[in-house]
Design a protein around this ligand. Sequence first.
Ligand code: NAD
Ligand code: ADE
Length: 469
Amino acid sequence: MNDNYKIKDIKLYSIGRKKIKIAEKEMPGLISLRKKYAKTKPLKNLRITGSLHMTVETAVLIETLKDLGADIRWASCNIFSTQDEAAAAIAKSKIPVFAWKGETLKEYWECTFKALSFEKSLGPNLIVDDGGDATLLIHKGYSLEKFFNEKGFLPKIHSNNEEEIIIEKLLRKIHKKNPNHWHTILPDILGVSEETTTGVARLIKMKEDSDLLFAAVNVNDSATKSKFDNLYGCRESLADGIKRSTDIMLAGKTVVICGYGDVGKGCAQSMRSYGCNVVITEIDPICALQAAMEGFQVKTIEDVISKGHIFVTATGNKDIITLNHMRKMRDQAIVCNIGHFDNEIQINELNNSEAKKVVIEPQFDCYTFPSKKQIFILAEGRLVNLGCSTGHASFVMSTSFSNQVLAQIFIAQNKPNIDVYNLPKVFDEEVAELHLNHLDAKLSKLTKEQADYIGVSRNGPFKNKNYRY
Ligand code: NAD
Ligand code: ADE
């Protein structure tokens, strides 16, 4: 253990560095942004906290932000998603990182706090968040201090939820050391850029409740993020996670995918391409109709609970697969989640049920019910592509992370008021363009007459803001 990092094993740095070098060649967006901003260094003197899966691709993002001048501290946003070799390479290059595969929840929240704690008791100026946990810790800490400052005592912890209790205890520990920690660091925070659908939903809720304490940029809803990472990323990384953990033959299996948003669409295409019989569950009639018109069966979970060989949740919602559902599944059904949080499947309820758990390998558990029926749970219900594999491939993460870099520069340069912002379409088009060459794709150019005829500029933006891609 070193003050500037807490990782699995620093000796893994050399394999991490080799993988980072390979990834860089597949991440043309990030490498172009390094070149574009090499001289101006728009993030110079800014402290950035990252709470985002500590993978090889994230290492390329971190080193890009560093190249642009930032002082960085990083933690993962999931207990199972760190690639230890990537964390080691980052630590070796003297960037503080607090992440390893297989953290406990208590360790996870301590790592998040460490990533938020710069030297001389300073906090960040900017945050790169994925799922909103860094943002949540700041907001909860601030609200606890406010309560104490108004009432003169700290409220009792009422929650029954293990993770909420861990967060509340951590905040009380921080409060004991410095009762104004969060109030002191807040004025320096310019904003957060949020990576994923679920994190954006949290931000919008905070804004609507007038609880949001700093500006936020919604990276997820850039077309070059959600229409690529969520869709094409999951189209490849879902199968990778399922196969690396279970070795299951997919062809011919009935795969039930809950949720047909961007992630669900990618998962469904993937499973169909393996020869699976894909069934979709949806609550939104538009998405349900899209699934039906793609030729997928659309059913309720109750209709298919005993028929599915594999269940994948992709909703960003909770209690999608309940304990009662799991009791009704066929023998050796595989249950996994690719949504951001693990509450899509009732794992706590399963752990407290009559089913006996045996760990086959880390992130691959078998539960046996008294009837002798068994089901398999992958990554303890946490996102299967990162828990049982290494997440999306580098190329698609380059599109996501180019948006992250542009969002960080946007916040640094504009210092926007408290609100949730989307990035301008010109950024989206720039990110896409940076990735065409790598795939030998050649763009056509509008003539002046054509541009006038369809009412756009020859150099873009090429679509109005309501266009859906
Ligand atoms: P989305 O909003 O586009 O899609 C979610 C879909 O689930 C919606 O169509 C919604 O109608 C449906 N849904 C909600 N409740 C449901 C229910 N009870 N039953 C059936 N369907 C229901 O979101 P998305 O962009 O597809 O993201 C889904 C989740 O995946 C989010 O948590 C997101 O943060 C996460 N995500 C994960 C990865 C990854 O690499 N694992 C990548 C991107 C996004
Ligand atoms: N989300 C999905 N895949 C990822 C990856 N490889 N790195 C970081 N975040 C991710």
